[in-house]
Design a protein around this ligand. Structure first.
Ligand code: NDP
Ligand code: 8X3
Length: 252
């Protein structure tokens, strides 16, 4: 019987690439996002790869919406074997003393509390079944702060702590926990960070070949497909000319 993966924030970037990679690998796929019309279009695309896919429309910050969306799953989608906590964002790159309180709240509510909402709802069944895999999308930003990264970096450091904590809490079961820590990945990420400013977003990837969502999906899939006794606990994935969150060698 095919396994089922649920990917949050699957409408673009890393999440979308994961949805396709797991569909190609024969998984039943549950994609989640915030716009039903876009989810319908994504399902049309995914159905050319895998017949077994469905969508859930909700905001990961809304705990009640997360719950009712998950409760609506049935048939081959009702048992989630792999949860990919991917939905997340950065907003702003201002110094910590000058940032936007609203941006901070959105990042904390999405990147930390949204991930917790999903973990709290999905993992009890995994523990009960003694089987399952949680793949959290953290970041190199969680390893060390970089200029202007402050709150975003803190949320990704929290993803590391929550991944490590969960791994301890499920260690007496066969549930596995992976923290993926990408560096520069060219997605909508920077456009969102700069509130829709395309030209500012483009400068982030100037002079360096960035990673793609597909590069990260390959690693997520590798972790999920590892033999049951192998737990890929954490992976740092950087572009070749990136050495850390703040050391990036650009060609002029
Ligand atoms: P994208 O902006 O392309 O994708 C982010 C996805 O998350 C979108 O589909 C977005 O949906 C969704 N999302 C955001 N907020 C919510 C919410 N409240 N509820 C539901 N869905 C939401 O960027 P990436 O693919 O790059 O980002 C995916 C993850 O990867 C994030 O956690 C990010 O922090 C992390 N990451 C990204 C890196 C990069 O360089 N790109 C590097 C390291 C980590 P919507 O369109 O509705 O906003
Ligand atoms: C996204 C990567 O370095 O822009 O998490 O923070 S970075």
């Amino acid at each position: 019987m095919s396994k089922t993966v649920l990917v949050t924030g699957a409408l673009s970037g890393i999440g979308k690439a994961c949805a396709f990679k797991f569909a190609q690998g024969g998984y039943n796929v549950v994609v989640t996002g915030r716009r039903q019309r876009d989810l319908d279009a994504l399902l049309d695309e995914l159905k050319s790869v895998s017949a077994a896919c469905t969508s859930l429309c909700f905001d990961v910050r809304d705990a009640a919406a997360c719950r009712s969306a998950l409760e609506s799953l049935n048939g081959e989608f009702s048992v989630i074997d792999v949860l990919i906590n991917n939905a997340g964002l950065a907003l702003g790159l201002e110094p910590e003393y000058a940032g936007s309180l609203e941006d901070w709240e959105i990042m904390i509510d999405t990147n930390i509390k949204g991930l917790l909402n999903m973990t709290r709802l999905v993992v009890p069944q995994m523990v009960e079944r003694n089987s399952g895999h949680v793949i959290n999308v953290g970041s190199v930003a969680g390893d060390a702060a970089y200029a202007g990264g402050n709150v975003y970096c803190a949320t990704k450091a929290a993803v590391k702590a929550l991944s490590d904590g969960l791994r301890i809490d499920v260690a007496d079961s066969a549930v596995r926990v992976t923290n993926l820590k990408p560096g520069l990945v060219q997605t909508n990420f920077s456009k969102v960070r700069f509130h829709g400013d395309d030209s500012k977003a483009a400068t982030v990837y100037q002079g360096i070949k960035p990673l793609t969502g597909e590069d990260i999906a390959e690693v997520a899939y590798f972790a999920a497909q590892a033999p049951a006794h192998v737990q890929i606990a954490e992976v740092l994935i950087l572009a070749t000319h990136q050495a850390s969150g703040s050391v990036i060698k650009r060609q002029s």
